[in-house]
Design a protein around this ligand. Structure first.
Ligand code: C2E
Ligand code: MG
Ligand code: MG
Ligand code: MG
Length: 279
């Protein structure tokens, strides 16, 4: 009986594996077309000051509007694009699109509204020789200040800590570009390792924030905030969905928040109105 069951499960497993592989192959070839034919677009999620409630930054989040499959989430196609190397073209498009948008929005605001853009960077992009030249070109062409740009890098990328990565990060810092450690707490680095990383901001992973902040996570968040502050870093909490979460984070001294409580990732056409209404 057990054997029959086993055979049955393994057949199901093979079918599932195969359909995953087929799906992956299809996404891989479609992605090239998507990059060429502009089926990619960006959503922009506000990051707000927990003290004032004002939007101070937008995080660019890529989406793929697939012809037959509808909108595909980056969790699905970013890993594939990293395997195939397509992340380079995709990442270059994201950087340029987000910078153009930022400058357009900055121009349409009154002078006293300051708005910055946060962009996710894959580890593959950091190792690519065109990254710094492309950024230089964007800053110059758009007359964009490096300080208005923030790049989000995950803990595991920074932990590789190779000379190659360090050199690139130094070059970004020379341009006054801000660095944010994304999904902090999910990697395997110890808290104290933070002092060796050249970042300006730490973004606490949303697994510590939701579905609610229990006492263990409360202690972890508290430790992260205190350590970050002792190193002179700002803290962002991602995935804030309730007022209770917001209030706890505010009380713990976390500077910034991001999450559905404040705003969902917005279509570009909705950003101007949202930011203006928020001032
Ligand atoms: P991330 O950088 O950690 O982005 C935050 C993710 O959390 C986004 O998912 C966002 O929509 C979601 N989120 C925001 N607020 C809430 C909330 O209150 N509750 C919940 N449950 N979720 C919330 P998204 O847009 O699906 O992006 C997933 C991941 O894909 C990103 O995680 C990032 O690692 C990656 N990604 C997105 N865009 C890019 C890109 O342009 N380049 C690269 N390399 N990676 C990207
Ligand atoms: Mg991010
Ligand atoms: Mg994150
Ligand atoms: Mg994440």
């Amino acid at each position: 009986y057990a054997k029959v069951n086993f055979v049955k499960t393994s057949v199901l497993f093979d079918e599932k594996m195969q359909s995953n592989a087929v799906e992956k192959l299809q996404l891989e070839s479609d992605l090239q077309q998507a990059i060429n034919e502009k089926q990619l677009f960006l959503k922009y999620q506000p990051i707000v000051s927990l003290r004032t409630g004002k939007i101070n930054c937008l995080e660019a989040l890529v989406r793929w509007q697939h012809n037959s499959l509808g909108t595909i989430s980056p969790d699905k196609f970013i890993p594939i694009s990293e395997e195939t190397g397509q992340i380079i073209a995709l990442g270059q498009w994201v950087l340029s699109e987000a910078c153009y948008q930022l400058v357009a929005w900055q121009k349409s605001f009154a002078r006293d509204i300051s708005l910055t853009m946060s962009i996710n960077l894959s580890r593959i992009q950091i190792y690519h020789p065109e990254l710094i030249p492309q950024i230089d070109c964007l800053l110059e062409t758009l007359n964009l200040a490096g300080k208005d740009l923030k790049l989000e890098i995950t803990e595991s990328t920074l932990m590789e800590n190779t000379t190659a990565v360090t050199k690139v990060l130094e070059k970004l810092k020379e341009r006054d570009i801000k660095l944010c450690l994304d999904d902090f707490g999910t990697g395997y680095s110890s808290l104290s390792y933070l002092r060796y990383l050249p970042v300006d901001t730490v973004k606490i992973d949303r697994s510590f924030i939701g579905p609610e902040i229990n006492s263990t996570n409360y202690d972890i968040i508290k430790a992260i905030v205190n350590l970050a502050h002792s190193l002179g870093l700002d803290v962002i909490a991602e995935g804030i969905e309730t007022e209770t979460q917001r209030d706890i984070l505010k009380e713990l001294g976390c500077e910034y928040g991001q999450g559905y409580l404040f705003a969902y990732p917005l279509n570009s056409g909705d950003v101007l109105a949202t930011v203006s209404n928020n001032q």
